[in-house]
Ligand binder design. Structure first.
Ligand SMILES: [Zn+2]
Ligand SMILES: [Zn+2]
Length: 279
């Protein structure tokens, strides 16, 4: 059974509640209601304050056309799956010559158009995967949605990040690590063998903060050479210029470590039993 709980201040005054807005922390939106569904999902209803809006096409001041509610999946709040009900404002352009008739409030800081997750929920999922080794399945369970909802929301963002070459800037020391990703059919789970490129550049204090730069299918010298060629001469010169010859040396060292690890009994990276006494 639903248990509605009015916002502490908004329930008694026409103004919005600064405390609730601070708690939710979405700039430009104000809390107008907090509710809990029978399944323990927290539902926060928010809206932007009324304001004068010009038509995005012709610039003429538009007329209010009411609100349209969009429900988004947000980051879990106080260990509960959370939904954000965004009462989006809509407007109608009164200029007869303008092709735009009705338009809806959009803010990509809150959510992408037609997105299912809020922008910050997408960012949270990616950080959990990157930094905390969380699985998409586990995150979907925490958010209270299906696996494909989470993956479908972050996959385009990850693809954009993967295409961004800016992450290769400033890399002077490169590590190469082979990994056997799984032991089932590649037709079911994709490539078995992957080569990871790791940034091993030292910071100003001389410390190495290993950062995964890329993963490419296969594990051979050709794979590595192709990847290096794709980065261009400036990248290759940057690595060898400050550390003469570090790339081939690191590549060899990592390969030997990986090979040994994968033949040890109870191999921790992949969980495979391994060959008894194998090396
Ligand atoms: Zn309040
Ligand atoms: Zn217009």
């Amino acid at each position: 059974m639903s248990e509605p709980t009015g916002c502490c201040c908004a329930a008694t005054t026409p103004s919005y509640c600064d405390h609730c807005d601070l708690l939710v922390g979405l700039d430009g939106l104000h809390v107008v209601d907090v509710d809990k569904t029978g399944h323990g999902v927290l539902v926060v209803t928010m809206e932007s304050a009324p304001t004068v809006m010009g038509c995005p096409t012709c610039g003429v001041v538009a007329e209010s056309h009411g609100r349209r509610t969009t429900t988004l999946v947000d980051i879990p709040c106080f260990a509960r799956p959370t939904r954000l009900r965004w009462r989006k404002r809509t407007w109608r352009c009164l200029e007869p010559a303008c092709p735009t008739r009705v338009f809806t409030e959009q803010d990509e800081q809150i959510a992408r158009p037609r997105g299912l997750l809020t922008t910050r929920a997408c960012r949270w999922v990616i950080e959990q995967v990157r930094r905390e080794h969380a699985s998409i399945h586990g995150l979907a369970r925490q958010l209270g949605v299906a696996w494909k909802t989470v993956w479908g929301s972050i996959q385009p963002i990850l693809a954009t990040l993967a295409d961004d070459e800016a992450r290769f800037a400033g890399v002077t020391t490169l590590g190469v690590d082979e990994h056997l990703w799984h032991h089932v059919s590649p037709r079911k789970r994709g490539p078995k063998e992957l080569t990871g490129m790791v940034d091993l550049t030292r910071d100003k204090d001389g410390r190495v903060r290993a950062r995964l730069l890329d993963l490419v299918p296969g594990r051979s010298g050709t794979v590595y050479k192709t990847w290096l060629d794709q980065r261009g001469t400036a990248f290759k010169a940057g690595g060898r210029g400050r550390h003469p010859g570090p790339v081939p040396r690191l590549q060899e060292r990592h390969r030997r470590q990986t090979r040994r690890r994968h033949r040890c009994p109870g191999c921790s990276p992949c969980g495979r039993p391994g060959r008894p006494g194998g090396r």
